[in-house]
Design a protein around this ligand. Structure first.
Ligand SMILES: *Cc1c(COP(=O)(O)O)cnc(C)c1O
Length: 403
């Protein structure tokens, strides 16, 4: 999106504001499906938690995606967006048996990631198809080394416990229709991902009624020029060939599933803020903006380096700034960053603001969550209003104190 279009949106809808580019989301979706064009049955389940606005979900539906969900509320959002239950997979961690049963009753695909629930669910509902989340204990390292993920991760059932899984499945006669992994780490190296996939294939051989194998996500997107990005095309070529071979050996065509969040929406998002104050100290120039970790917590939570541009003065002389928020807490977005000269009142744009940004926003400091805008076919649509004072008080109950 051009700077003048972004500035116009800030004028029309106010700031801070999140802006998403539908074209970019579509491009990423098409890139992924094109990379796996050699797989007959491909299913892309968008990870709702990355960005859960209902208009974004509807866009995903239009593109042909299903949904990956981690709470019954995300399932309900998906249903409200018009998804069929059968196109929603439920991949929670540490939720109650009751919640899993409720989602199963809605008709969604259940994915179980611990032995306790597997045994309880299988005993009570042996006919409901269940996918099993495996922890292959493989983490993507920064280079070609294959490092073993720590054995005490809370996600998935350890591959070392496969004998126990098989005993539960045998004892309950439950129907396992899918095998899943989501290592949660960035795929920096395709060989590491393929190595983990081999573990998944090995596991899959133990089950006779599979319909799909779900390879989760972890596709890495660039945050700044020169960043490593998962080579989707290369992964597509290699994994497709291997997957098709597996199906041949297995004796039945299976569906290859992915559940990307970040890959589909990260780069489509920009976050615009206003510069309230430029403050010089003895060693630093701070640009203080009308936001903080209440709106965008990734830099403070994960150390994410979002690119920041001064779209009010894009051609200005570059100077070094620390960009910080207005929250009464350390809320540094960027340290010692080269940005074209900033004046009070300028608008700064944060890149890669589509995934895990608005969805992690809060009301800390009793601030309103920002508005969200979707640019679809060149036109800006408000898809979430900025909060108001009523929203802050909405669920609060005032006690009437007697004198
Ligand atoms: C969060 C999550 C994803 C999405 O991960 P990204 O890195 O955003 O692509 C996929 N699957 C599961 C089970 C998740 O919890």
């Amino acid at each position: 999106m051009q700077n003048n279009q972004l500035i116009q949106i800030a004028k029309d809808f106010g700031s801070p504001v999140y802006i998403y580019d539908a074209d970019k989301i579509e491009q990423q979706y098409n890139r992924l499906t094109a990379a796996f064009k050699n797989v007959k049955q491909l299913k892309i389940n968008y990870a709702v938690k990355a960005l859960s606005n209902i208009s974004v979900l509807k866009l995903m539906k239009q593109l042909g995606a299903g949904l990956d969900t981690v709470s019954i509320q995300e399932v309900q959002l998906g249903l409200a967006a018009g998804f069929k239950a059968e196109n929603i997979i439920f991949t929670p961690n540490g939720v109650s048996l009751h919640e899993i049963e409720s989602v199963a009753k809605l008709g969604c695909q259940i994915n179980i990631d611990n032995l306790s629930i597997l045994e309880q669910f299988g005993t009570k509902h042996p006919n409901t198809p269940v996918c099993i989340r495996i922890n292959p204990h493989v983490m993507a390292g920064g280079n070609t080394n294959i490092s073993v993920g720590h054995i005490d991760s809370k996600f998935g059932i350890s591959i070392h416990q496969i004998p126990h899984i098989l005993r539960i499945v045998d004892n309950t006669n439950m129907n396992i229709n899918g095998i899943h992994m989501h290592t949660g780490s960035d795929i920096l190296d395709i060989d590491v991902f393929l190595y983990a996939s081999e573990i998944l294939f090995d596991t899959a051989k133990n089950f006779k009624n599979l319909q799909f194998i779900d390879f989760g996500s972890g596709f890495k997107v660039p945050y700044k020029a020169g960043d490593i990005e998962t080579n989707i095309e290369e992964l597509g070529e290699k994994l497709s060939a291997r997957f098709n071979q597996f199906c041949k050996d297995y004796g039945k065509p299976l569906t290859l599933a992915f559940e990307p969040g970040k890959f589909l929406v990260s780069e489509a998002g920009q976050f615009l803020v206003n510069v309230n104050v430029v403050k010089q100290t003895t060693s630093t120039v701070f640009a203080q903006v009308d936001s903080g970790f209440n709106h965008l917590i990734r830099p403070m939570l994960y150390g994410s380096q979002h690119e920041i541009r001064n779209i009010s003065n894009p051609k200005g002389r570059e100077r070094f700034y620390s960009v910080v928020g207005y929250i009464c807490e350390t809320d540094t977005f960027a340290n010692n960053r080269r940005i074209s000269e900033i004046n009070e009142g300028d608008i700064l744009a944060f890149s890669n603001a589509g995934a895990y940004c608005y969805s992690m926003a809060s009301n800390y400091n009793s601030r309103y969550r920002p508005a969200e805008v979707l640019v679809y076919k060149g036109e800006a649509h408000l898809i979430r209003k900025r909060e108001t004072f009523e929203d802050l008080l909405h669920n609060q109950v005032e006690i009437k104190f007697k004198k």
